[in-house]
Design a protein around this ligand. Structure first.
Ligand SMILES: [Zn+2]
Ligand SMILES: [Zn+2]
Length: 375
């Protein structure tokens, strides 16, 4: 597969200054960064390409080799004196981004902070209305009790400066004819190693554990909301801060109510006679109560009645939306003999071909016009 030109990837001319390239890189890195493009393989690929290109071009030595030999300078057995391995980005994408935007110090801290965790809870619409406390089980890592999280079997020994990287957290390795920097494999970037590792956690300072957490889900929560529990992610290694837990809330669809923001819609079937004569019906409310709705005589399918403040709770507010009752007039089925007699009598009473509703009259007037128009 032909590789794209590094200058083209950055969108800069071959003679571009270091400053121009840095600007171009920052702009594109922001655009394609995985945090901004979750589950987007194209963006991820572009981000990798971009980092690879910039990694070469920002380095005068690598850049001049690239200008002379092209991609061959960095391929396995490609350029003169090239060793095994070629270029690697073992530090990971986030790592590269941290170096660029966060500075080396923050980069080193980041590697020790515990990982963020994700959990999912599913709740009913009525739970979303009232708010609910749910427990979530997560497989996480917690601080090791045996060593107090230090990773060392001997609490007084503490940690030594890592012999591989001399505390820097990063090592340089000869690859091809360049020195390539990457996260220290011995200490994982922390810059420290434990002389006498704890036997329970093998020096990590954390152990895997299933944890159950209570999550308070607020009233008015929407389907797909993400709740962040700060510090409830995995414990950091050797006393570093823990990550966060993100709880995704899924709200199950309801059989009676449909929600639209703070409003609730409820479709209620009406008997033909109720709709025609008018009356009062009782409807369910999301808060578990019942409400009465007056149905005027002559109500049609699709007519809507509003019940103020009987809708959904509004997040972080005492307010509620409205409920809309949408009626559907139903044709009677499975008639008894007596019902049939009554309806036949009703039909015989009908004033010609009409139900008495203005829409109905209008329709047959238009039908007459249609036939008259045909001549
Ligand atoms: Zn090290
Ligand atoms: Zn331990």
């Amino acid at each position: 597969m032909a590789k794209q030109d590094y200058y083209d990837i950055l969108g800069v001319p071959r003679g571009a200054s270091a400053d121009e390239m840095k600007k171009a890189y920052r702009k594109l890195a922001m655009q394609y960064h995985p945090d901004r493009n979750p589950n987007n393989p194209t963006a991820e690929h572009k981000f990798k390409e971009l980092n690879e290109a910039y990694d070469v071009l920002k380095d005068d030595q690598k850049r001049s080799a690239y200008d002379r030999f092209g991609h061959a300078a960095f391929e396995n057995g490609g350029g003169p004196g090239a060793g095994a391995g070629g270029f690697g980005f073992e530090g990971g994408l986030g790592d590269i981004f941290e170096q660029m935007f966060g500075g080396a110090r923050r980069g080193a801290e980041r590697q020790q902070t515990g990982a963020d965790l994700r959990a999912q809870v599913e709740i009913d619409l009525s739970e979303a209305f009232a708010g609910v406390k749910k427990s979530v089980r997560v497989a996480t890592r917690v601080s090791c009790d045996a060593c107090g999280g230090s990773g060392s079997a001997d609490k007084n020994a503490g940690a030594d400066t890592c012999a591989t990287c001399h505390g820097a957290g990063r090592v340089r390795a000869q690859q091809g004819f360049f020195l390539v920097e990457r996260t220290c494999p011995t200490c994982g970037g922390s810059g420290r190693t434990v002389r006498n590792p704890c036997r329970v956690c093998s020096g990590a300072g954390t152990v895997p554990r299933e944890k159950t957490l209570a999550v308070q889900i607020p009233a008015g929560v929407e389907d797909g909301t993400r709740i962040r529990l700060s510090g409830e992610g995995e414990a950091g290694s050797r006393g570093a801060p823990p990550g966060d837990l993100y709880v995704h809330v899924a709200v199950r669809p309801h059989e009676i109510f449909q929600r639209d923001g703070a409003n609730i819609f409820c479709r209620v079937p009406l008997r033909m006679t109720q709709a025609s004569l008018g009356g009062e019906i009782e409807v369910p409310v999301i808060d578990g109560t019942r409400a009465k709705v007056k149905i005027p005589a002559g109500t049609q399918t699709g007519d809507q009645f509003r019940l103020r403040s009987k809708g959904f709770s509004v997040l972080r507010s005492a307010q509620r939306g409205d409920m809309y009752i949408q009626v559907a007039v139903e044709t009677p089925q499975n008639l008894t003999r007596r019902q049939r007699e009554l309806l036949e009598e009703f039909e015989n009473e009908a004033k010609g071909n009409t139900t008495g509703s203005p829409e109905h009259e209008g329709f047959f007037a238009k039908v007459k016009d249609f036939f008259d128009g045909l001549g």
